[in-house]
Write a protein that binds this ligand. Structure first.
Ligand code: ADP
Ligand code: ZN
Length: 283
């Protein structure tokens, strides 16, 4: 008999990415569908994808958040129709399979911890620095859930020494939190052009590294992971890794050992993590 097949869904605010596979390192048939304003339309496309393939034993859903783990829904989003939409139950009803449900970043963290850059480590954190900033925390090999779940992207940061006096940050909830100061859209708002157009030697990247170093310092002092993985579109600026490591060391000032700060190793950490969630749900 062939290996059982599992389904993976990475649910994002602009697109859903779907895949099937017998194992997280064997993702097949990766398909993108755009996230409709009407969740029922998106669900219909997801269901159509899985109905046209061999039956999956279970599905893993790695969702944008914040999510509500108890109800399997997205707890808060400016996308009106999606707020409190019962994503997990809608898919379970339509496909009649067990479903594992986590935040996208917790799933990515799980995949990087088991198969990627943090393989073999017990405690690691995966961050995405992109349109938003978010992080998944792995402690003793499992994602941390709490009252909600970690929302590391909204840590409060102090202004970088070289910050522009007029820039106040763009988070609609907290203005100058980490996401407000260091996400891709924050870079665009501060410098008035898309982040990827800023040259490698632009002052933007020293300022960015200061915020990322505050993040790493705060994570080292709270969770004390062995590794912090920094991914997402903004980290395409490879110079940020060295800048951030150096600035984190300055901030820590020799007090305790620093976690390693690394790039992700997996091409699709969120999808691979979703497939792991499916395998766990099937057990
Ligand atoms: P998302 O967060 O939407 O899933 P990404 O992780 O790709 O997607 O992040 C997109 C953000 O990353 C955008 O704000 C974009 O400006 C920024 N970005 C993409 N490529 C680069 C680059 N080469 N340098 C700096 N920023 C980039
Ligand atoms: Zn915020």
């Amino acid at each position: 008999m062939s290996d059982p097949l599992f389904g993976a869904v990475e649910a994002g605010g602009t697109k859903f990415v779907l895949a099937v596979g017998a194992a997280p390192d064997r993702l097949q048939d990766i398909r993108r569908v755009s996230t409709s304003h009407n969740p029922l339309e998106t669900i219909a496309e997801v269901v159509e994808y899985f109905e046209h393939r061999p039956k999956v034993a279970a599905l893993g859903v790695a969702s944008f958040g914040p999510v509500n783990h108890r109800s399997g829904s997205i707890a808060n989003t400016p996308k009106a129709g999606w707020k409190d939409f019962p994503l997990r139950d809608a898919l379970r009803r339509a496909l009649n399979v067990p479903i594992g449900f986590e935040t996208d970043v917790a799933a990515a963290a799980l995949a990087e911890a088991r198969l990627g850059a943090a393989q073999g480590l017990r405690d690691s954190i995966y961050m995405t620095v992109g349109t938003g900033i978010g992080g998944g925390v792995i402690v003793n090999g499992a994602p941390v859930q709490g009252l909600v779940h970690p929302e590391i992207g909204h840590l409060l940061v102090r202004r970088a020494p070289e910050e522009l006096p007029e820039f106040e940050g763009i988070c609609p909830y907290h203005r100058g939190c980490l996401e407000g100061m260091a996400s891709g859209p924050a870079l665009q708002a501060r410098w008035d052009r898309p982040a990827h157009e800023l040259p490698e030697d632009h002052a933007a990247w020293r300022i960015e590294a200061d915020y990322l170093a505050q993040l790493c310092m705060n994570l080292a002092c709270t969770v004390s992971p062995e590794m912090i993985i920094l991914g997402g579109g903004v980290m395409e600026q490879a110079q940020l890794y060295e800048f951030t490591r150096a600035r984190t060391a300055e901030l820590m000032n020799g007090y305790v050992a620093l976690p390693r700060i690394e790039a992700p190793a997996l091409k699709y950490p969120g999808l691979a993590g979703a497939l792991m969630l499916a395998m766990e749900a099937a057990r």
